[in-house]
Design a protein around this ligand. Sequence first.
Ligand code: ADP
Ligand code: MG
Length: 254
Amino acid sequence: MGQIIAIANQKGGVGKTTTSINLSASLAVAEKRTLLVDLDPQSNASSGVGIADENIQYTTYQALLGQVETSQVVTTTGIEFLKVLPSTTDLIGAEIELIGEEDRETRLKKALNQIRNDFDYILIDCPPSLGLLTINALTAADSVLVPLQCEYYAMEGLSQLTRTIDLIQRQLNPALSLCGILLTMFDGRNNLSHQVSDEIRRHFSERVFKTVIPRNVRLSEAPSHGLPVLQYDISSRGAEAYLALARELIHTGE
Ligand code: ADP
Ligand code: MG
């Protein structure tokens, strides 16, 4: 049964989507059957693996609303073991449309249960908020991976996220665990990056991934080509880092 990992942080621009795309692709090239779930109405995870809006037939939105079977939404990519549940801006409406529904927090869990056996890893790219979509992701997930940008205010949003995780554990998903904190956009020449990384490791010790994602221009260029970085430039430091993260994740799960 596939391990479900929500990639969440209510802050925007911390590397959630970049991590969702490139960790998924790296797991897939290790021949792990991987599903990338795009749960952000901005749909950058979908376009980042080459799924253009006009080629999307069914979306995560329709799976959440129970309009189609989840298997109908599963879409192939240019990487053999990587599949996607793509999204479009429709998903903006889902938060409002689900609000009156009794099972509004468990919609994604139900949708993913239909296809869970077909995958080893299911990664959910969350939107930059703690709204109903992120709550659905945390309710469906086995664990949560939190990307943190190595900058001054990195720790600030973390307490709010921790409170949300506690609340979800108490009310909706007692088994939810912390997969790990991932330091992103690390700049080795910048003292602040080192200070932030030291402080986070002091606080969270072994819950921080050993792998650190460096700031790397290839990671920011790859999405405009609709490619994960390992297809865009396999020799880049960004590609190396996400391949190392995939190995770390696979080994900790063994
Ligand atoms: P989020 O999904 O949390 O909003 P993104 O993954 O979209 O964040 O990243 C925000 C921006 O930073 C994007 O333009 C992305 O290309 C860029 N970016 C993310 N990670 C890196 C990195 N390690 N090095 C360079 N640019 C990065
Ligand atoms: Mg994003």
